[in-house]
Every structure is written in C-alpha cells, then in structure tokens.
Ligand binder design. Structure first.
Ligand code: FMN
Ligand code: SF4
Ligand code: SF4
Length: 229
C-alpha cells in the first residue's frame, strides 16, 4: 500500500498530491488535519517551498515518517527552491526513491498556472519499481535562512475585511496556530491558507510594492520540473 501526504497553503501542493493519489488509487492526506504516517510501503510527501526552505510543519512531519521508501515533491513559484530535496532527505529515515521540484504559480501572486499530470509519470514509474534515487545538492541563497517567516510577514500584509462572520474556519486550518477568527498572530508564516480557504473572502493579501516587483520580475526563472531519480 502507498500513501500520499501533503501540506498546502494556496492549493498547489494539494493539486499535485491529489493527482498523484488518484494515479495510485489512494486518498491524499492533509498533514495539517492529522495525516499520520502508518504502515505504507511508499510515502509520497508533497509540500511548498517557502523562502527556499521546507515549511516547519513539514519538517516535523518528515521526522515522523515510518515508511521504508519516500517520494519527495516540492512545489515552488518558479523562482527558486533552495536545497529542499536534500534537506528533506536528511530529515527522514526512509530511503528516497524519487523526488521532484515542480514549478507552479506563486502563492503571493495568486496566479493561475497549469499543472500537467503527465509530469508525474517518472515518479509513478519509480514507485512501481523502487530503488534509491540519486540526489544532488542544489544552490541556496546565503540569506535564505535568515528569519524567512519574518521576511514573509514583512513583505505580505493580510488584512481582515468587515465581511468576516467569525466562523472560525481559518483557526482550525492554520498550520501554526497563528489565527484567531481573522486576527493573525506573530507565528504566521504567510502560507496564505486562510486567505484561500475563507468562505467570505474576508482576508485580503497585499504584498509590499518591492516584493511584488521582485516576484513579477523573477517568476519565470525556472519553468521546468527538476527530477531526482
Ligand atoms: C511564504 C512563501 C514563501 C515562498 N518562497 C518561495 C521561494 O523561495 N521560491 C519560489 O519559487 N516560490 C516561493 N513561494 C511560492 C510557493 O513555493 C509556490 O507558490 C507553491 O507552489 C505554493 O504551494 P501551495 O499552494 O501548496 O502552498 C513562496 C510562497 C510563500 C507563501
Ligand atoms: S474563515 Fe474568514 S469568515 Fe471565517 S473567521 Fe476566518 S476570516 Fe472570518
Ligand atoms: S494565519 Fe498565517 S500561517 Fe495561519 S493560515 Fe493564515 S497565512 Fe497561514
């Protein structure tokens, strides 16, 4: 039996995880809602790249992985993915049999960007016939580890509009416990999950001009998937 786990802020990693899960005949499990690694042979873990790093909740999840084999898939906003695959591999006892960095729309730009399911073919083939993948370190900017979450908070403001009806959905979906009915605390990592899930569209993201300019200028830096097989 195989399993697909994911964390997703703005929905990209969820889309990839659900496509992979469908191809494998399983249901993708959201780690924010309690997906727990069990007895599976191959565990695929799909997650977004945040400031060239692995989100902290995914770091914690990777450390608990029980499966003998793992497939790692990082989605990123076509700018950079640091060294997340090697860093993720170092966190788990599982043997990584395949990995990929998949370019998607950038969460901060709220842009539509297509995802072609056929991109998963090399990973699916490896799951059918597991063998250790060859991983190679990739370049990470020198500043990437300097307070990444703080830099995201400074760059992206999120304000709550009067439309909020205090339903509390954002509280239960926040991966860091930063949210209280539309009021955002200091542990926010700006994953945008609350923004995309709010049924009233009451959470309004506003990137600072300098960040927006940077994202627009660089968003097509890497547009093809990188595989590690
Ligand atoms: C806080 C934050 C930091 C990000 N940092 C990067 C980055 O360093 N490089 C990049 O290419 N994309 C970056 N992105 C874009 C996401 O990696 C990309 O949109 C990803 O597919 C989002 O997946 P999700 O929708 O599952 O959250 C960042 C997004 C967020 C919210
Ligand atoms: S999900 Fe939206 S409407 Fe519900 S509490 Fe949060 S901000 Fe308010
Ligand atoms: S409050 Fe911050 S960390 Fe929590 S869901 Fe919203 S953007 Fe993500």
């Amino acid at each position: 039996m195989n399993a697909v786990y994911y964390f997703s802020g703005s929905g990209n990693s969820r889309r990839v995880a659900e496509a992979l899960a469908q191809a494998l005949g399983v249901v993708a499990q959201d780690i924010t809602l309690g997906g727990v690694s069990g007895e599976e042979q191959v565990a695929a873990v799909v997650f977004p790249v945040y400031c060239q790093n692995i989100p902290k909740n995914v770091v914690r999840f990777l450390k608990t992985l029980r499966a003998p084999y793992a497939v790692l898939i990082a989605t990123f906003g076509r700018i950079s993915f640091g060294n997340v695959i090697c860093e993720a591999e170092a966190l788990t006892d599982a043997t990584v049999i395949a990995a990929a960095c998949v370019p998607m729309g950038h969460s901060f730009l709220q842009e539509e960007y297509g995802f072609d399911v056929s991109l998963l073919a090399p990973l699916l083939a490896r799951i059918q016939a597991p063998q250790p993948a060859t991983l190679s370190a990739s370049e990470k900017d020198a500043f990437a580890d300097i307070f990444p979450a703080l830099r995201s908070r400074i760059g992206m403001r999120i304000s709550k509009a009067a439309d909020c009806n205090r339903c509390g959905l954002c509280d239960t979906q926040c991966p860091t416990g930063a949210m209280q009915s539309g009021k955002i605390g200091a542990s926010c990592i700006r994953c945008m999950r609350c923004v995309s899930l709010c049924p009233k569209k009451a959470l309004r993201p506003r990137p600072r001009r300098i960040l927006k300019r940077y994202l627009l200028r660089n968003r097509n830096r890497i547009c093809t998937p990188i595989y590690y097989l």
